[in-house]
Ligand binder design. Structure first.
Ligand SMILES: [Fe+2]
Length: 420
């Protein structure tokens, strides 16, 4: 072999140190192919062999392939593949426990010597033919020593070594060293395969979760659209309030920004949905109550009040809209704790619900109804201020009046757009 001195053949090898180096490499290298190449190079350099080859099980195709080969008699890696029923593979796998000749290595010199002995051939009986085939394979590959590597009882690979350049036979110490090496490599390969399969399983799991998440999102969006059309239907029942919810949404968003609420990401969608859907529960209120001109009787009023719970119920299947449900459920709570349905008080009422309450009431005061004319914006402001601290959160009332005045002064909102 080029560049190899005959002196390297006989040099002393610190086997323990070499195994420690290999163990370190196993920890460092995640891909076993690189480790095996390293091992082949190490053996080739340290032991002065004609060649070194590594045959490894390819679990995806149930066969054994050469992953690396070094030296003058190197095997063309990728061209020679052994199926599971190849005599060499068979020798070290299924039949290895069933014969007296079951050492965990094979020396070509031993095979030749033993096959010439009649009592040996008799002892291994039918295995004699198999051993002849193994001998032929080793001869063809110019291999003097083969060492199998196992993980539990599975044959993971075979270390195939050519003769020494020095012509000397392999010592038992060297054979033990190669056996330990083959065992350690088998463990490294199996561990890596196991890790790889875990990584692949995790990837598959993540992919499926993403798909489920996408489907769930799509389903929720569809349901949301259905609820939106339900809300529009509620409005359609009362032609005089048409456009109310979209105005309430606009005014509510404006007030939230004025209050400095965090409207990043989903927060904006949550508030917007709550403002648009706050009265969706009215779909469950009988028309004779919902569209009744004039005052409701106490019994009718009790039925009307249930629209908050009905609205929350409608939104129940939307897990993404949990917060929206809470806002809808709380939009008729009063700041002083006398509202419905849970008599929540002050800051126990979600801020978004306090906003809905103010802008919904404001818009109801100023807009025209079939049974009365809408009142002026100034009147509505006075009414909100008079109820600040009792029905409404004074901070929200302040912010709402301030921002609406500003928007009107800038011409972004007009009295006629609010009162149509
Ligand atoms: Fe309401």
């Amino acid at each position: 072999m080029s560049g190899r001195s005959s002196g390297s053949v006989d040099k002393k090898i610190d086997y323990q140190q070499a195994l420690r180096d290999v163990a370190r490499s196993m920890v460092r290298l995640r891909k076993p192919d690189r480790l095996l190449k390293l091992i082949a190079r190490f053996i080739d350099r340290q032991f002065g062999l004609r060649h070194t080859a590594l045959l490894v099980h390819e679990s995806s195709k149930q066969r054994y392939v050469f992953v690396d080969s070094k030296g003058t008699g190197r095997v063309p890696v990728g061209l020679i593949k052994f199926d599971a029923d190849h005599p060499l593979i068979q020798w070290f796998s299924v039949s290895r426990e069933k014969t007296p000749f079951h050492q965990d290595y094979l020396l070509l010199a031993d095979i030749r010597k033993n096959l010439n002995k009649a009592h040996f051939r008799l002892a291994i009986r039918s295995r004699s033919d198999d051993l002849v085939k193994v001998q032929r394979t080793m001869g063809m590959l110019k291999v003097d020593l083969v060492i199998p590597g196992y993980f539990k009882n599975d044959l993971v690979g075979i270390l195939m070594l050519g003769s020494k350049l020095s012509g000397k036979p392999f010592t038992m110490q060297e054979i033990f060293f190669f056996q330990t090496l083959a065992h350690d490599c088998s463990m490294a390969i199996k561990t890596s395969e196991y890790n790889q399969s875990l990584i692949e399983k995790n990837r598959e799991l993540e992919r499926r979760l993403t798909e489920i998440e996408k489907l769930r999102y799509k389903e929720q969006q569809t349901y949301y659209e259905i609820i939106r059309s339900l809300a529009e239907e509620v409005e359609a029942k009362e032609p005089s309030v048409y456009g109310h919810v979209s105005e309430v949404e606009k005014l509510g968003m404006m007030t939230a920004r004025e209050l400095g609420l965090d409207l990043a990401g989903r927060n904006k969608d949550i508030l917007s949905a709550a403002l648009l859907l706050h009265d969706v529960g009215k779909i469950g209120i009988p028309d004779n109550i919902l569209t009744k001109p004039g005052h409701l009787t106490p019994e009718e009023w009790a039925v009307m009040k249930t629209h908050v719970e009905k609205g929350a119920k409608i939104l129940e299947p939307l897990s993404d809209f949990k917060k929206v449900r809470e806002i809808i459920l709380s939009h008729h709570e009063r700041f002083d704790g006398t509202g419905y349905p849970r008599r929540l008080k002050g800051e126990a009422i979600p801020i978004e619900a306090r906003i809905v309450c103010v802008v919904d009431s404001f818009h109801a005061i100023v807009s025209n109804r079939c049974y009365r004319e809408g009142r002026s914006i100034e009147t509505a402001f006075l009414e909100l201020e008079s109820c600040a601290g009792t029905q409404f959160d004074p901070v929200v009332v302040d912010a709402f009046i301030r921002v609406l005045k500003k928007e009107m002064a800038e011409g972004n909102v007009t009295a006629s757009s609010l009162q149509h």
